[in-house]
Design a protein around this ligand. Structure first.
Ligand code: FEO
Length: 164
């Protein structure tokens, strides 16, 4: 049986993953509004990954006999500036999520909740991958700037991301 404190922490993380999905859908719409269909596609796929992250935590919580407590998901912003700013904000958001996952992992360790620690390992690894990929995109965007052909090339490349 999961502790009440870990149950609360996982419920909070589930809400954050759902917020991440909302945030990326809003960013996707913002990019689509600027005709950057590739970046919009990438962000839509990212949003569905975030929904999957929430679902995976929900399944784990229920397997442990925990109680799912869904809360309202905060509304994301509607404006994000240029594409470079969109991905800078994505990177900042992912870094904040990494911090939350690390805190959850630490809590599991302190509570000697080995099952949660092992389940959270997947998220630790996933955050490394997400930060690396988004960080690379930010670097590429800075390299090409937001004018000229380079950004359209990047847009078409981002549009090739496979759906999960
Ligand atoms: Fe679920 Fe992008 O972290």
């Amino acid at each position: 049986m999961i502790s009440k404190s870990m149950q609360d922490a996982l419920n909070a993380q589930i809400n954050l993953e759902q917020y991440s999905a909302q945030l990326y859908l809003a960013m996707s719409a913002h990019c689509a509004g600027k005709s950057f269909k590739g970046f919009a596609h990438w962000l839509t796929v990212q949003a569905s990954e975030e929904t999957a992250h929430a679902a995976k935590l929900i399944a784990f919580l229920l397997d442990r006999g925990g109680r799912l407590e869904l809360k309202p998901v905060a509304a994301p912003p509607m404006d994000f500036g240029g594409v470079i700013q969109v991905f800078e904000q994505t990177l900042a958001h992912e870094k904040s999520i990494t911090g939350r996952i690390s805190a959850l992992f630490e809590q599991a360790r302190q509570e000697k909740d080995y099952a949660s620690e092992i389940a959270l390992q997947w998220y630790v690894t996933e955050q490394v991958e997400e930060e690396a990929h988004v960080g690379e995109t930010v670097d590429h965007l800075h390299a090409v700037g937001d004018q000229g052909g380079g950004i359209w090339y990047l847009d078409s490349r981002m549009g090739k991301r496979a759906r999960a």
